[in-house]
Ligand binder design. Structure first.
Ligand code: 3PG
Length: 217
């Protein structure tokens, strides 16, 4: 699967960015998000059990898109693939990751937020980048501005995206998806509030559907 095929499988272009603190939470939380209609989950490797959690989700939902986020080095990249990751996301654009990614055929979304970082990724053949941290780096306006010099690039912004600014991001032509942790607030996760997480997913998916129908009218 390449990045375009990955993006085409997102019925709603919202990818929950999840910090799992307990392996036992992984499958019920994924169940809630997938039942709510999201098409892909990014499990961050910010916790010790991130990889294990991602592997458990992929094993329970082999047909769904499950990826690893916050991938910072080669070892994490390879371990995520060993655990079944369908896609890899990084907050940066490091040479070591580009070199490793070149050996595999799976979507890799490197992070970029400056002209130089974007050009490094372009030079490596990337056309879809994670724009992180989105809000702190100028938000939707900055992404629009990059469309001038980098016309054929597309972005998956993350960092500071919420239901309040989701529509603004999704209205930018070069934004093909957004990521965010608002669907899995730490408090709800810790308390195992799966129904509430399901509702957050449903709301995001409904918002995507209504934005899409506005665009089509
Ligand atoms: C990420 O890794 O993509 C971000 O930390 C998600 O940012 P958010 O918590 O502001 O949604």
């Amino acid at each position: 699967m390449n990045t375009d095929q990955f993006l085409a499988r997102l019925a709603c272009p919202v990818v929950p960015v999840v910090v799992v603190e307990q392996v036992a939470h992984a499958v019920p939380l994924a169940e809630a998000l997938f039942s709510g209609g999201v098409s892909a989950l990014e499990i961050t490797l910010r916790t010790e059990i991130g990889l294990e959690a991602m592997g458990a989700i992929k094993a329970a939902f082999p047909d769904q898109l499950v990826g690893a986020g916050t991938v910072l080095n080669r070892e994490q990249f390879r371990s995520a693939i060993d655990r079944g990751a369908d896609f890899i996301v990084s907050p940066g654009a490091a040479d070591a990751l580009f070199d490793t990614a070149a050996k595999y055929e799976l979507p890799f979304l490197p992070g970029a937020v400056t002209g130089s970082e974007i050009m490094t990724a372009l030079d490596r053949g990337y056309r879809t980048l994670k724009f992180f941290p989105a809000e702190a780096s100028g938000g939707a306006a900055a992404i629009k501005a990059f469309s001038g010099p980098f016309g054929d690039l597309t972005f998956m912004p993350t960092g500071g995206i919420t239901p309040d600014n989701l529509a603004t991001y999704l209205s930018v032509n070069s934004v093909v998806a957004v990521g965010g942790s608002w669907l899995t607030p730490r408090g709800l996760l810790r308390e195992g509030q799966w129904e509430a997480i399901y509702q957050l997913a449903r709301e995001a998916v409904e918002m995507c559907a209504s934005l899409r129908s506005e665009v089509q009218q």
